[in-house]
Unconditional design. Sequence first.
Length: 266
Amino acid sequence: MPDYLDDLRLAHVLADAADAATTARFKALDLKVETKPDMTPVSEADKAAEELIRGQLQRARPRDAILGEEYGVEGTGPRRWVVDPIDGTKNYVRGVPVWATLIALTEAGEGGYQPVVGVVSAPALGRRWWAAKGHGAYSGRSLSSATRLHVSRVADLADASFAYSSLSGWEEQGRLEGFLDLTRRVWRTRAYGDFWPYMMVAEGAVDLCAEPELSLWDMAATAIVVTEAGGTFTGLDGRPGPHSGNAAASNGLLHDALLDHLGPRR
């Protein structure tokens, strides 16, 4: 089995370059922000970071395909990089420091492309998380200065911390009642948002989290970090991996309970 460590090192180099570009424009008074057709914002920093990552990948991995939030798919083949240049653009443009660049390498396999490398870099928080298939998940400032991540061992919803991004979307999908019932049964709820709750699941600080509507670039990097930390990452339909258009992540022990509340449409 490939060890993916060279790809992981490259993903860190890409994240370093993206961090430099995004932090340079964070809180800039002249930051240019547009509205995309889906009514979500995109800043000049989103575009610049993705262009930078694409350029470096085209030089370092010319045979690999690239899928990015801002510029779509380029290339074909069994290996595809998946990039979200700024996950949390709404936070970014308002000066909230909770945003990150998500970089994943996926490989063609059963059930579609599966993540094998992931880096989640949140420079405004001074945090970075990463994982490679078969090598575990880590957090730290560099590959040489890192702490291995492990999910929690909480096995009862009454003792669990549940994180989510917002209330929007749950009612549209007929899942609001199950969502609210889950919030009543757990010990604690917090709406941290975007990439962060998944990283806290991987760290063991949060026990379960879910979102009703996501894109592949929102999930590919976070999915491999959660699973390599010993957790479970599926869609709300229970399908493993980041391919269901939504996400449910947990320490594994609570995953059935999470899906019991949020999986079925009610």
